[in-house]
Design a protein around this ligand. Structure first.
Ligand SMILES: *Cc1c(COP(=O)(O)O)cnc(C)c1O
Length: 416
């Protein structure tokens, strides 16, 4: 039986899958089971930030697999401590504390739980706890019940009600909608500095600043979902610093690129005082409040440490900016009416298409049609919403690999 048939018979059909069977990767290249090679600008959806099978990451995993794969969080895990220190000192560069999860959705669940703890500590005037988390339309925060309820897209939630209560969705980048949005029960605002799955929509500096101001004014927690955008992808260690570097989030979630391919996520809480007695926000998630059997085990921490050090030591965030410039300049120079916009920052970029210029069969989007053609010519990219495809190459991608991808894109977009 083919892989597709075996999947069909034994795996829940939650994904519409492309017919590709990847079996081996190296750097930007991916090979399928027939030996055909592709240029991979999907990278597991922004996961393989060093490309496939980077020697430093492979060596870290090999070494750790022979030392200690797993031990419980009941004990002191040295690599977890080192990874948290690397994150705080070199990437977040603010005092705070990390919790390691296995995915982005779980990391966001941790932030949601933290908002509720905060709402108990800092209740409404009548003593009732605050609990509401404001999020935004077209956001994506993950598929667990909590993260799905936080996600401002009804198609993600369809058929799963009743949702977790305590969320309200506002239009993204809409300053007027922020006015009068805060209610007595509101405890936090959660947003992606650049919405990834929702179509690559960066927050404007004015909007991000206004959200931060509103949080200060109403004693709310400011949470940033950097699951897709974080750790160098957008041109700085943290994506929000590319938009409004002066803001100070209270909580951050990550996953995807931080592990380079191993399943790891994390959420971070600030050490800042939340009351007159100096209670640190991070102290609210005390012993017994949260946990994960696998979370932050030696294997994934060794891998993530190798990835984050490589990103930092090789200046890969700066490379993301250089390659962004090359992509924007080239796409602009084509002057093709089919391309309506290039959105995003660094190497989280969306190429927006004019659907009126793309013949689209029933049940398919313009983005899917173009993504399919690009794959036939040897370039793998993921869609983002109905009319946009994403470019998510590894952060160490070279100019010649960018040029190769752009030439394939140009050939597909300029054909009649
Ligand atoms: C992918 C993603 C998530 C969910 O991460 P999982 O690891 O799939 O649970 C959450 N937020 C954002 C912004 C994402 O891109």
């Amino acid at each position: 039986m083919s892989t597709a048939e075996t999947l069909q018979q034994h795996v829940l059909p939650t994904y519409g899958r492309f017919p590709l069977v990847p079996v081996r990767g190296e750097g930007c290249r991916l090979w399928d089971d027939a030996g055909t090679s592709y240029l991979d600008f999907c990278m597991g959806i922004a996961v393989c930030s060093l490309g496939h099978c980077h020697p430093r990451l492979v060596e870290a995993i090999r070494h750790q697999a022979g030392e200690l794969l797993h031990c419980s969080n009941l004990y002191q895990i040295r690599l977890q401590a080192e990874l948290a220190e690397e994150i705080n000192v070199h990437h977040v560069r603010m005092p705070g504390k990390n919790f390691f999860s296995n995915s982005g959705a779980e990391a966001n669940d941790g932030l949601i739980k933290s908002a509720r703890r905060f709402g108990h500590k800092r209740p409404q005037p009548d003593g009732a706890p605050r609990y509401e988390v404001i999020t935004f339309l077209q956001s994506f925060h993950g598929r667990t019940l909590g993260a799905m309820s936080a996600t401002g897209q009804s198609k993600i939630q369809e058929g799963f009600d009743p949702l977790l209560p305590g969320f309200r969705y506002l239009p993204f980048n809409n300053l007027a909608a922020l006015e009068n949005a805060i209610r007595p029960e509101t405890a936090a605002i959660l947003l992606e500095p650049i919405q990834g799955e929702g179509g690559v929509n960066p927050a404007t500096p004015e909007f991000l600043r206004a959200v931060a101001e509103l949080c200060k004014k109403h004693d709310l927690l400011l949470f940033l979902d950097e699951v897709q955008a974080g750790f160098g992808r957008c041109g700085d260690a943290m994506a929000w610093r590319m938009i409004a570097p002066e803001i100070n989030p209270d909580g951050i979630s990550w996953a995807k690129g931080m592990g380079g391919g191993v399943p790891i996520g994390a959420f971070w809480l600030s050490d800042r005082a939340i009351d007159d007695t100096g209670t640190a926000l991070s102290s609210l998630m005390g012993p017994g409040s949260h946990g994960s059997t696998y979370g932050g085990n030696p294997l994934v921490c060794a891998a993530s440490l190798a990835v984050l050090k490589e990103i930092r030591e090789k200046g890969l965030a700066a490379n993301a900016l250089v390659q962004e410039g090359r992509i924007r300049e080239t796409v602009h120079s084509w002057n093709l009416p089919i391309v309506t916009e290039v959105r995003g920052k660094g190497l989280l970029l969306g190429i927006a298409l004019d659907p009126a210029l793309i013949p689209t069969p029933e049940g398919k989007t313009a983005a899917l049609v173009v993504v399919g053609k690009l794959m036939e010519r040897g370039l793998i990219v993921p869609p983002a919403g109905p009319n946009t495809f994403r470019l998510l190459p590894p952060l160490n991608v070279t100019a010649s690999e960018i040029d190769e991808a752009l030439s394939i894109i140009h050939s597909v977009l300029s054909e009649p």
